[in-house]
Ligand binder design. Sequence first.
Ligand code: KIV
Length: 261
Amino acid sequence: MRVDIFFKKKAENKKITVLTCYDYTSARILSRSEIDCLLVGDSVAMTMHGCKDTVAATLQMMQFHVQAVSRGAENKFIIADLPFLSYRKSKKSNIEAVQILMQAGAQAIKLEGASGNLKLITHLVESGIPIMGHLGLTPQFVHQFGGYKVQGKTLETAAQIKQDALALQEAGCFSVVLECIPQLLAKEITEMLSIPTIGIGAGPDTDGQVLVWQDFLGLNSELTPKFVKHFLNGEALFQTAIQDFIQAVNNKEFPEHEHCY
Ligand code: KIV
């Protein structure tokens, strides 16, 4: 799977499917599916490390998880998030951060926001690296936003997001994630851009959809933002299996003869 799947699917009016992935075992499962693309998101800080936001993600954390995912899903197009501030330092340091993630096994890089990033994006694209933009509720800006709030609800903020989307396309991004913005705004941006939009909390009209693996599997029943759909009741299934194991051990029903040497 390569970056051209994004352009091909947009041209054919087919939806692009993306799931986040952070570990080898999940990557192996996803590698045997028809999913278009895996995103090693900086949400890893929350989903795998229990941090309260993505501001906690580090380059080393991202590197470890990209390596694990790329070992499990060699056949998939893997995008890695540049973590908080890793692309807001010197040009040298920004490029080193990208190099670390690409050499860890990513085939593309995602970064949040447009303002202040455009020169770096163009430089990276000219260096052969596919770049995905990310607009709307960009979680690395959580403290500036004052929480996880829908963005682009006023005429002014919607116009700014549209302008940023065009700037990202102009800078050379191959795609842009639109997170938590009104459905109509996402539709307008999708129609306006020639590059595909990938939505999360942005309605059904984007060119594709992305979900966080743990949300998709329903592994955290306490966390259900409006845009999340659990495609599996994972937490309940895990609890049942754990209880079955405890009971089987207590009743000496496990291990059985076939499990013994
Ligand atoms: O880090 C992440 O998981 C993301 C997706 C929500 C798009 O950026």
